[in-house]
Ligand binder design. Structure first.
Ligand SMILES: Cc1cc2nc3c(=O)[nH]c(=O)nc-3n(C[C@H](O)[C@H](O)[C@H](O)COP(=O)(O)O)c2cc1C
Ligand code: SF4
Ligand code: SF4
Length: 358
């Protein structure tokens, strides 16, 4: 068994996988279900000084992506302070309390949530591109509660500028990323009806935003010294490996916990453990930031073929638009002179029979 112990902002977590703010953590009972499902810490649904009036419909799943037009919690802060946080505390896990949005709102909420919060997470979703309101909100959170403050980044702003501004204002860590948008989904089976209520636009999450999240983490990790929690499209242990290699110290999961249920947290942790064992890594620390230390590749030779592994499925042959690959007696071969070193076949092979050249 690999060592999944994750140290973050003075906390020691059993593993790096926790829920993200969203429906799976919408109240105390839901938070307890995430704990029972194996989460290592609890992040609570974003609250503000008033309950949100959420439009309906507000969620739709398209498998490779998910749209939502939810806002913050539909419960009042009083309900959270009197009932929901207390209930969630029964799990005995570290709690990251998500707050939004303006300086005034954060200044009012931070002292009240302090008894329940090991860490405060600030959503920047509805504040402008100007970093000043975010910086003021960070200072208000730190003045109101003597706990570490995380800033959750929205993917449609310049990541490094926002991250540096957050760090300069005293943020103790970053969470990247929130859902991406605005986007649009149309229900073609019902006369072109929009899928989302409200203004009709949706915010995208799930597998499709994973490369955006990884890029933001990779960029931000090279700009700041504070830890980053990665979030966006994670549903498997292999996804977590990718985020840790990109520079994340821990991860959050929202959409996969909606579509697959709260047992997903423990399942992903077991997959991560197996992956580390199979690849000879002793701990999560051993893979953290590996991608940051790799040079950007320059492919100057054709891929290396592992003929012994090839099943003859033909997937790489179909997608080599240069006609460089061919099968002979169900074995892969290459016309090296035709290979343009595009690299595509390496990602297409399901059995790892094609490798980048050494
Ligand atoms: C239905 C829904 C509601 C969400 N509500 C919040 C929220 O209240 N606060 C917040 O910071 N992020 C919220 N998010 C964003 C998620 O926490 C997460 O950053 C994003 O969905 C990407 O992760 P995922 O692909 O694992 O879902 C919400 C996402 C969804 C899908
Ligand atoms: S690297 Fe590109 S061109 Fe070369 S064999 Fe693979 S798919 Fe074809
Ligand atoms: S994709 Fe992999 S297994 Fe399939 S033919 Fe190509 S090399 Fe062989």
């Amino acid at each position: 068994m690999a060592d999944l112990t994750t140290r973050l902002l003075g906390l020691t977590l059993a593993h790096p996988i926790m829920p993200a703010a969203g429906p799976p953590v919408r109240d105390g009972d839901a938070l307890l279900a995430c704990a029972a499902g194996g989460a290592s810490a609890l992040v609570t649904k974003t609250i503000s000084t008033a309950a949100a009036a959420v439009p309906a419909p507000n969620m739709a799943d398209f498998k490779t992506y998910f749209l939502n037009t939810e806002l913050w919690s539909e419960l009042t802060p009083e309900q959270w302070l009197e009932v929901e946080y207390r209930k969630a505390q029964e799990a005995g896990l570290p709690m990251i309390v998500s707050l939004g949005y303006t300086t005034e709102e954060i200044a009012a909420l931070a002292p009240k949530v302090k008894p329940f919060a090991d860490v405060i997470e600030l959503s920047t979703h509805y504040i402008s591109d100007d970093p000043k309101p975010m910086q003021d909100a960070i200072r208000a959170a730190k003045a109101g509660a003597d706990v570490p403050v995380l800033v959750k980044m929205s993917p449609f702003r310049d990541a490094q500028i926002a991250a540096l501004a957050a760090q300069a204002a005293g943020a103790d860590g970053l969470v990247a990323i929130n859902s991406f948008g605005p986007t649009l989904g149309i229900d073609i089976e019902h006369g072109g009806k929009l899928w989302m209520g409200g203004k009709g636009y949706g915010w995208m999450s799930g597998p499709a935003i994973k490369p955006i999240a990884l890029r933001v983490i990779y960029d931000v990790a090279r700009a700041v010294d504070i830890p980053i929690i990665g979030v966006g499209g994670i549903s498997t242990g292999a996804d977590v490996v990718e985020f840790l290699m990109a520079g994340a110290a821990a991860v959050q999961v929202c959409t996969a916990a909606i579509t697959k249920g709260p047992d997903i947290f423990g399942k992903i942790a077991r997959q991560l453990d197996r992956w580390l064992d199979q690849h000879g890594y002793e701990s999560v620390d051993a893979i953290q930031g590996l991608a940051l230390r790799q040079p950007v590749p320059a492919m100057v030779e054709p891929p290396t073929l592992r003929v012994d592994r090839c099943t003859g499925c033909g997937l790489c042959v179909t997608s080599c638009v240069y006609g460089a690959l061919y099968l002979e007696e169900k074995e892969i071969h290459i016309h090296e002179e035709r290979c343009e070193k595009c690299g595509l076949c390496i990602s297409r092979c399901p059995v790892d029979a094609l490798h980048p050249p050494m």
